[in-house]
Design a protein around this ligand. Structure first.
Ligand SMILES: [Zn+2]
Length: 281
């Protein structure tokens, strides 16, 4: 049974269970701040007092709206912020917010998890190595290879099952790398063609793998203005890596975080360190 407790203060009813803390962001970069407030405002009657604290960072200000600061020198990780609200009819209540303090987010982006020969040993090695080292990565899948009509190809069933199992480890995020990875799949094609390729890939992810792709990068990292419209219209996609042009309403991650490979398939520390620009949030 759901029971909502109401107290009365100066004739006003207070729904204590509705009171919570909202943060302007869940991720706070070391050296920056976030704003916090107690909500909903309708439940905050006059005369309440707010005693804030944070396990690791600093609280600036007072009252129902304060700032949280992650001072430089703070180690990355979670921080728990709490507020004791006094003056309520049935005594004080304590509420919490959790933020993630970080220095730099890194996306390890691996493209072309296809594979025409399905489970390539290199992909298995990569994904399993990353999981064993507790490092998260992302892999761009070419969705056509999961078409149910391809299920008579050797390795199809194992590939589908392996991909599902890997996704469940939460160490890899599979993303939409196009339907067929054809040349110019998202360049110079009509709206209808581009929309069907994007949507078909999303549908295969959902229906065959049980995965809703929330990130996209076009094959060869190339797209045109029609793609911007098609991606904007897709409500599942939240992140677009290497989008070309302007007008995207998604979180666009551009290609200046540093290249890991000196050429395709050849990892190189010197190439990476020379090109890395840690300026992304
Ligand atoms: Zn590719």
């Amino acid at each position: 049974m759901l029971c909502v407790l109401f107290g009365t203060l100066a004739g006003a009813q207070v729904n204590v269970k509705a009171i919570s803390v909202a943060s302007s962001t869940k991720a706070v970069r070391v050296g920056s701040t976030a704003s916090l407030h107690v909500e909903p405002a309708a439940e905050l009657t006059a005369g309440l007092t707010f005693q804030w604290s944070a396990q690791r960072g600093l609280i600036l200000g007072s009252g129902s709206n304060v700032s949280y600061s992650a001072p430089s020198g703070l180690n990355p990780g979670f921080d728990v912020i709490s507020v004791v609200i006094s003056g309520l009819p049935d005594g004080p209540v304590k509420r919490y917010a959790v933020v993630f303090v970080y220095k730099q987010f890194v996306v390890l982006k691996a493209d072309d998890y296809v594979c025409w020969d399905y489970l390539a040993p290199e992909w298995k090695y990569y994904l399993e190595y990353m999981a064993q080292r507790h490092i998260k990565t992302s892999a761009g899948i070419v969705a056509q290879c999961t078409e149910p009509s391809w299920n008579d190809l050797p390795g199809y069933a194992d590939f589908v099952q392996y991909t599902k199992d890997q996704s469940k480890t939460r160490y890899v995020e599979f993303w939409n790398h196009g339907y067929d990875h054809s040349l110019n799949e998202f360049v110079g094609k009509t709206y209808a063609v581009q929309k069907s390729h994007l949507d078909q890939a999303q549908a295969l992810g959902r229906n065959v793998l049980g995965i809703t792709f929330t990130a996209f990068d076009a094959p060869f990292n190339e797209n045109d203005a029609t793609t911007v419209q098609v991606v904007n219209e897709n409500t599942d996609i939240a992140v677009w890596m290497y989008a070309q042009g302007t007008g995207s309403t998604k979180l666009v991650l551009s290609r200046d975080g540093g290249e890991i490979e000196s050429s395709t398939g050849v990892p190189s520390w010197s190439t990476f360190s020379a090109g890395m620009q840690p300026r992304h949030p």
